[in-house]
Structures are given as structure tokens and as C-alpha cells.
Write a protein that binds this ligand. Structure first.
Ligand SMILES: Cc1cc2nc3c(=O)[nH]c(=O)nc-3n(C[C@H](O)[C@H](O)[C@H](O)COP(=O)(O)OP(=O)(O)OC[C@H]3O[C@@H](n4cnc5c(N)ncnc54)[C@H](O)[C@@H]3O)c2cc1C
Length: 404
């Protein structure tokens, strides 16, 4: 019987296990995660979990699901190496080193928070947010803190800033770029988010490089900016994430800002596939390989791979989408914004929300919405079916979004 081993305990790994079970995969499936928890939803970590003392692990699926599906779970177990010649994994398990054989291996190793050179994970006073355990540590620290400094105005940094502000903390965000989320969203959305955060009382300093951390007895007590000291009780480093590729690279698989896969999510070894935040994959709508960090991408790649492993191969070509909750602002993005598109602004029919639809010629390439879920979902459905609404209709909020 085929033995399929999934390395990873996140959205991609759990969805793959679920999709294989749904399709009645004719083999044994094992899921190995170095986290001690069942796979859980990561998005709530920066939104609700760090402010809720009652919060519990937001499991993706309960233990009973894996048991009933016959999936062998090995938690708290790290995959240390892949012996591709023997098709064997080297594990570091709670009860010591082990070996585990596979017929097909799936790497769903995700990403890790990028570390400040001066303050690796574990430095007192500095927090990173990628895992449930880190969220609990941050929640406890926030409860005792007054002055919070967030390094980086990216999605996670801004979500944490908004949550900390809701807790009544004094929050300062330092962002090196001249606008928020400069690589991910259009200027209209950056401007709206800047006004929203500042309106909520977050002190956002754009175009500002932090020179370094101030340390006292091994603990970070503030940051230095232009020679001036900014004291902080808690410093959060939200400076991006890097894909977990060490395992793949050490095994000789091609990696290039992610584990390189083809359109069917196979690595350069046909017996090894990879999915989720850790992969760099080709997409029919994009000239270079993409590496995305989103729940949609992890889930949809897992479903596409499950289909291939069950004998229904299909190239992965899902339209990417993403959301972020930043205080009162719910941001939704479908497609990938790129400079040079023609942008059409559409106010929401109610409230202060809006959407920006980005076109190349007559083709809709991306939609960004803030507090405008109805328009967003209408436009997303069109994009997913390869259609584009007429620009004149889009620009008139009295007319519903529909195909040209
Ligand atoms: C705080 C936060 C907020 C987010 N908010 C949003 C949001 O609002 N919307 C959205 O779309 N996305 C959001 N994301 C991104 C989303 O969570 C990720 O895209 C998603 O988790 C990717 O799933 P994955 O399974 O590929 O990787 P991960 O979830 O990172 O899982 C990888 C797993 O593999 C394990 N692992 C790695 N190496 C090994 C090894 N050698 N041996 C054993 N186990 C290993 C890791 O410990 C981890 O459990 C957020 C992420 C974070 C951290």
C-alpha cells in the first residue's frame, strides 16, 4: 500500500489530509508536525487571540477527524532530513530519533517570521508572531505593557498594531517605505489604511528606518531612530516571513525563494510534492514564479495536489485571494495588484468602504476592497470565471457589478 507522508502542521497539510480522505486516497497517510498542537487557523493569532484571555487553540479540525480518517498524526516531531535515495525521513521525535519510509512525500513546511539580526527569536522584550505559542506569549506581554513598538507596516504588523490599540496601548509603527504595504496594495488602499490607523490613534512613522534596538541586561527596552531613543515595553518585529526550505535544499531539490514546483506542484523529484507558503510556483497569469502567503493558496494547492494524487491531475491556476482585518477595516484582495494597471474606483453603496478594480486593457486583473464585501465578492466571482465587468458600470455604484 502506498505510504504518503506530509511534512507540516499548518493549513496546507491539514487540508491535504482532509481532501485525500474525502477522495478516498488508496494508501496510508501520515502527517508530521514539529508543533505540539493540532493544525490550527493562523489568521486569528494577530486579530483576536492576542487580546482574548479566554481564547483557545483555533483548531482547523478536531482530533476525532484525523482518527476517523485513518490519518496518523505525529505531533512535536521534527523532520530533520530526507534521504531521497532510500526514500526515508530522519525524524526527531519526543521519544528520540527515528526513521520513516515514504513512497510519496509532501512538503508543507510553510514559512517562518524573518528575524532581526540583533534580536533572534527568544530575545526578551522582542516578539515574533507565527505560532499559537508565540501568540500566547505576546498576549501575556501586551496585558502588562503600555508602550508598544511595531517594526514593519506589513499585514501582520498592522493587524497587531490595530489590536493593541483596541486594548488601549500606546502604539508606534515604524515603516521604512514611504507608504504602507507598498509592495502589496495600490496607493489608494495604502492611504485609506494610513488614515484609519492614525484615526484610531496609532502613531505611524513612514519612511523611517530603525537604527537598532536598545538593550539593557539582555532585554530590548526600546529602539533607536535617527539617534533618538523610543522606549517600549513590547517590541514586535513584523518584518516579513521566509519560506522553510532548508529540508528541501539540503535534500538537493531546486529552491528559489521557495521550493520550486511545476504546474502540478511536483518538485524536481517526482516522488516529492510541495504546497503552501513554502513553494515558488508558476501561474498562468504571472510572468515569474509566485510565492504566496495566504490561506486560500495553501488550501487550494492542497486540493489540487489531492486530486493529482488520486489520479485526476490538473494544473494549479486558482485566482489568488486574501483578506486582512485591521481594526475597523476589512481588506479583501483578489488577483495581484501591479503598477501600470488602469484603476477604477467604486465607492461602496453604504458606509465609508470602496473597491478599486485594476484593469489591463479590458481585462480585470485585481480587485481591492475595504469594507465593501458585496462588491468584492461579485467582482471575484467574475474574475474566477474569466470574465471582466465593464469599467463604466464599475465606476457607477448605483449599477451592480456584472460581466460586460
Ligand atoms: C499572524 C498571522 C496572521 C495571518 N493572517 C492571514 C489572513 O488574515 N489571511 C490570510 O489569507 N492569510 C493569513 N496568514 C497567512 C496564513 O496563515 C498562511 O498563508 C498559512 O498558514 C500557510 O499555510 P501553510 O500550511 O503553507 O504553512 P504554515 O501554516 O506555516 O504551516 C507550516 C507547518 O509546518 C511545520 N514545519 C515546518 N518545518 C517542519 C519540519 N521540518 N518538520 C515538521 N514540521 C515542520 C511548521 O511548524 C508549521 O506547523 C497569517 C499568518 C500569520 C502568521
Amino acid at each position: 500500500m502506498t505510504r504518503l507522508v506530509i511534512v507540516g502542521g499548518g493549513h496546507a497539510a491539514s487540508q491535504l489530509a482532509a481532501s485525500l480522505a474525502e477522495k478516498r486516497f488508496p494508501g496510508q497517510v501520515a502527517l508530521i508536525s514539529d508543533e505540539v498542537h493540532l493544525p490550527y487557523h493562523r489568521p486569528p493569532l494577530s486579530k483576536t487571540l492576542i487580546k482574548d484571555p479566554e481564547a483557545v487553540l483555533p483548531e482547523l479540525r478536531g482530533a476525532a477527524f484525523y482518527e476517523q480518517a485513518g490519518i496518523e498524526l505525529r505531533l512535536g516531531t521534527r523532520v530533520q532530513g530526507i534521504d531521497r535515495a532510500r526514500k526515508v525521513l530522519r525524524l526527531v521525535a519526543p521519544d528520540g530519533p527515528r526513521e520513516l519510509a515514504y513512497d510519496h512525500l509532501v512538503l508543507a513546511t510553510g514559512a517562518k517570521a524573518r528575524e532581526l539580526p540583533q534580536a533572534p527569536v527568544g530575545t526578551p522584550g522582542v516578539h515574533y508572531l507565527r505560532t499559537y505559542d508565540q501568540a500566547q506569549a505576546l498576549r501575556d506581554a501586551l496585558a502588562q505593557a503600555r508602550r508598544i513598538v511595531v517594526l514593519g507596516g506589513g499585514f501582520i504588523g498592522l493587524e497587531i498594531a490595530a489590536t493593541a490599540r483596541q486594548l488601549g496601548k500606546e502604539v508606534t509603527v515604524f515603516e521604512a517605505m514611504p507608504r504602507l504595504l507598498a509592495r502589496s496594495v495600490s496607493p489608494a488602499v495604502s492611504d485609506f489604511l494610513l488614515a484609519t490607523h492614525r484615526g484610531a490613534g496609532v502613531d505611524i512613522r513612514l519612511g523611517t528606518m530603525v537604527d537598532g534596538l536598545q538593550m539593557a541586561q539582555g532585554r530590548a527596552t526600546g529602539v533607536l531612530v535617527g539617534g533618538v531613543s523610543v522606549p517600549a515595553d513590547v517590541i514586535i518585529a513584523g518584518i516579513g516571513a521566509t519560506p522553510n526550505v532548508d529540508l528541501a535544499r539540503d535534500a538537493g531539490l531546486a529552491c528559489d525563494d521557495g521550493i520550486v514546483v511545476d504546474a502540478t506542484l511536483a518538485t524536481t523529484d517526482p516522488d516529492i510534492s510541495a504546497i503552501g507558503d513554502c513553494v515558488a510556483f508558476p501561474h498562468p497569469d504571472w510572468p515569474q514564479r509566485l510565492r504566496l502567503e495566504s490561506v486560500q493558496n495553501a488550501n487550494d494547492q492542497a486540493k489540487a495536489l489531492a486530486a493529482r494524487l488520486c489520479g485526476e491531475p490538473q494544473p494549479y491556476a486558482a485566482v489568488p485571494w486574501f483578506w486582512s482585518d485591521q481594526g475597523e477595516a476589512r481588506l479583501q484582495i483578489t488577483g495581484l495588484w501591479r503598477p501600470g494597471c488602469e484603476s477604477v474606483l467604486r465607492p461602496a453603496s453604504r458606509g465609508n468602504g470602496f473597491s478599486v478594480l485594476h484593469y489591463e486593457g479590458t481585462r480585470l486583473r485585481a480587485i481591492e476592497s475595504v469594507n465593501s464585501p458585496v462588491d468584492h465578492m461579485a467582482a471575484r466571482r467574475l474574475m474566477q470565471s474569466g470574465q471582466s465587468p465593464d469599467k463604466a458600470v464599475v465606476g457607477d455604484p448605483a449599477r451592480p457589478i456584472q460581466a460586460a
